[in-house]
Design a protein around this ligand. Structure first.
Ligand code: PLP
Length: 338
């Protein structure tokens, strides 16, 4: 038995999902002819109460497209220093949109309206003009942290007042919804655009969606084409996305439960210095100074448990739909006996 906790992207499509893919009605999506892609776009837009959606190969692409359509270089984007858009998208903000990035230090990846307010450039030719704000919910590098809706409302009001665009990297938005008192529609109201990943906890093999109003998504289609992301019979992939949205959201709480159990286990282990608070399906822990984290990673790998390095002395475990009760038990026992 191999246990893979490196990410929730490692999931393999179930038989039911594969059947949905094989039976998909497809067409050329660049011509707008793929009815399964059209259905997925409509379904996801409706879910969040947005006008339109566009299906893309990855969350990096949906984020980068959003940043591009909301900006006009020279200018700047404001985001948390832990943001995926800044940290894990290969420098795409500068490469694709020619923007400067102003990084703020939030609480586990979460910014406050007050912080953003203080960071917005004053109107002076010396400073890059602030054009958009990007938030991440849940925040990956923040250990799967979840935003409070009241703070997002304040940020939304600030953006409206300052005429700034507001984007959400919601790669794991459904994990956030599971652990909060707000709905997809509440979130939809507060952002100009939202990225949603189908290939993380939802278990689809490929694909992300960008949601927004009609004119933004129309512009997004142009940018997706330029980036080489216009796909043809993409309905085979979209069918997996539809299956994921219809079947794999409710079970996310199981992943969260397992993550909590891992948190408890880790907090009692002598080679663990600290466990970051677990909010959703991401568990990050720090190894004590006298041991090298890579040593622990190697030892776990030797026992067929794969985990990810997450910075100096930090290790990340992500629970997902292929991580069974049996695997959880094996992981707990192995961690304890290492
Ligand atoms: C995974 C992820 C993305 C998108 O990643 P892709 O691998 O390009 O699909 C974006 N934001 C966050 C927070 C993520 O975890």
């Amino acid at each position: 038995m191999i246990v893979d906790l490196r990410s929730d992207t490692v999931t393999i499509p179930s038989e039911e999902m594969k059947a949905a893919m094989l039976n998909a009605k497809v067409g050329d999506d660049v011509f707008g002819d793929d009815e399964t892609v059209n259905k997925l776009e409509k379904l996801s837009a409706n879910l969040f109460g947005k006008e339109a959606a566009i299906f893309c190969p990855s969350g990096t692409m949906t984020n980068q497209i959003a940043i591009k359509i909301h900006s006009n270089a020279p200018g700047e984007i404001i985001c948390d220093e832990l943001s995926h858009v800044y940290k894990y998208e290969g420098g795409g903000i500068g490469f694709n949109s020619g923007l400067a990035t102003k990084l703020l230090q939030g609480n586990a990846g979460r910014l406050t309206a007050q912080q953003i307010k203080e960071a917005i450039s004053v109107d002076d030719v010396h400073f890059p003009e602030t054009q958009l704000i990007s938030l991440e919910n849940t925040c990956n590098k923040g250990g799967g942290s979840v935003y409070d809706i009241d703070e997002i409302r304040k940020i939304n009001a600030l953006c409206a007042d300052k005429k700034l665009k507001l984007h959400l990297d919601g790669a794991r938005i459904f994990n956030a919804l599971e652990e909060s008192d707000y709905t997809a529609k509440d979130i939809g109201e507060l952002f100009d655009t939202i990225s949603v990943c189908l290939s993380k906890g939802l278990g689809a093999p490929v694909g992300s969606l960008l949601l927004g109003n009609k004119s933004d998504i129309q512009q997004a289609r142009r940018i997706r084409k330029v980036l080489g992301g216009g796909m043809r019979q993409a309905g085979y992939l979209a069918a997996a996305g539809i299956y994921a949205l219809e079947n794999n959201i409710v079970r996310l709480k199981d992943d969260h439960k397992k993550a909590k159990i891992l948190e408890t286990t880790l907090s009692q282990i002598s080679y663990v210095k600290a466990v970051l608070p677990v909010y959703t399906n991401i568990v990050v822990f720090e190894v004590i100074d006298s041991i090298d984290a890579t040593e622990i990673i190697k030892k776990l790998a030797a026992k067929n448990i794969k985990v990810a390095s997450f910075g100096p002395q930090q290790i990340r475990l992500v629970t997902h739909l292929n991580f069974t009760e049996e695997m959880l038990e094996k992981t707990i026992n192995t961690l304890k006996q290492l």
